[in-house]
Design a protein around this ligand. Structure first.
Ligand code: ZN
Ligand code: ZN
Length: 373
């Protein structure tokens, strides 16, 4: 029941990403960028291990890694220059030595990811090299997905959706929140995922009002009228992220009103997604709808987030966010209403920005008619 494996990202595509980054370096007046964030290294090199830094110059790139990874490096990034640090030496001093040997005079460093102690080590070892903190250079490239990445995200979504279908079919009143979360993780793996993209959130009744709730072994499904499940798959390194509410008891008029409001807010926000719109404008559409219904103070988080190699990445969809949406971005749209003591409803789908508007990538039904177990 697994779909055909999507084609992996070819090395030439990664070389193109590095060329794009190099153009950014030129306009920022940098000779090179030291890339330290693991997903950024992976995006630019194809290497899926850690403890390795990538130095991207205008016309070449060098990965500094260690002996544990030699074989993996040959398999994952045969096109890349690699420096293997000796076992008795730490990563950052070897990076500094490599930077010096490459003749770099102005080195950009990922200020949001390099630790202060590593920055000080670099400064000490590179007295004649200008270190310039930069932010978001690789992240802004990553925000726009290419067709390979979209194939991988679609595959990750398919895994998450199949797992949910399996889970939903087997839900029983005696299941605890923890049972359900554990089962879901198992189903995700059986559906081809490496694992869950984050520990699934399973909240029964009032627990659904806590956006980052941890499932309890002491709360059973039958104890509430509904359950909120927020889950995703990691597949081929890419993430998916969905939330559904399943009604397990009587659907009350209060539940119906809250559910309809969240769903309408989500549908309106999705309809507002198109190239040129800002993330903040899309957030405002959902937030305004929920506020007009009188629930404004019960929607206490941003509307959504970008999704890709990481579960939360650019662009952030929150009030006032100025990031402009462009084709190829994949974002979640997840408005919610949380009423303390009663519970909460959040509906979350993954949406691709297209040249014409957008495409909803997730397919689990979400109409009110489909929420009852
Ligand atoms: Zn989620
Ligand atoms: Zn999310």
């Amino acid at each position: 029941m697994t779909d055909a494996t999507p084609p992996p990202v070819p090395p030439a595509r990664r070389a193109r990403r590095r060329e794009k980054l190099a153009r950014g370096l030129r306009s920022a007046g940098l000779d090179a960028l030291l890339v330290v964030a693991v997903p950024n290294v992976s995006y630019l090199s194809g290497f899926t291990g850690d403890s390795s830094h990538l130095i991207v110059l205008r016309d070449r790139a060098v990965l500094v890694s260690d002996g544990r990874y030699e074989e993996q490096l040959r398999a994952e990034c045969p096109d890349l220059e690699v420096v293997i640090r000796p076992v008795d030496r730490l990563l950052v001093p070897v990076v500094a030595e490599t930077v010096r040997a490459l003749g770099v005079k102005r080195l950009g460093v990922e200020a949001a990811h390099l630790s202060l102690s590593d920055a000080e080590t670099l400064r000490g070892a590179l007295a004649t090299v200008g270190l310039i903190g930069v932010e978001g250079l690789v992240e802004s490239l990553r925000a726009v997905k290419d067709r390979y990445e979209l194939g991988l995200i679609r595959a990750s979504i398919a895994m998450a959706e199949r797992a949910f279908t399996m889970l939903r079919a087997g839900l029983r009143p005696d299941d605890t929140e923890k049972d359900i979360a554990d089962d879901l993780e198992g189903f995700l793996r059986r559906c081809g995922a490496t694992g869950a993209s984050f520990p699934p959130i399973v909240g029964v009744g009032p627990n659904a009002a806590l956006p980052h709730y941890r499932p309890s072994a002491g709360v059973r499904l039958g104890a509430g009228e509904f359950v909120l499940i927020d889950w995703g798959a990691t597949g081929h390194g890419y993430q998916s992220d969905l939330t559904r509410v399943v009604a397990t008891g009587k659907v009350t008029t209060k539940f119906e009103a809250v559910y309809r409001c969240v769903l309408a807010a989500q549908e309106r926000a999705i309809a507002a997604i198109r190239p040129g719109a800002t993330a903040g404008e899309v957030d405002a559409v959902a937030r305004g709808w929920i506020a007009d219904a009188g629930y404004g103070r019960f929607f206490g988080h941003g509307l959504g987030h970008g999704l890709g190699l990481e579960i939360h990445e650019a662009p952030r969809m929150r009030p006032g966010a100025e990031g402009v949406l462009s084709p190829g971005m994949v974002v979640t749209v997840e408005p919610g209403i949380y009423l303390p003591g009663w519970g909460g409803v959040r509906i979350e789908d993954d949406v691709l920005v297209t040249p014409e508007g957008c495409e909803i990538l997730t397919h689990v039904p979400r109409s009110l008619e489909t929420v009852r177990l």
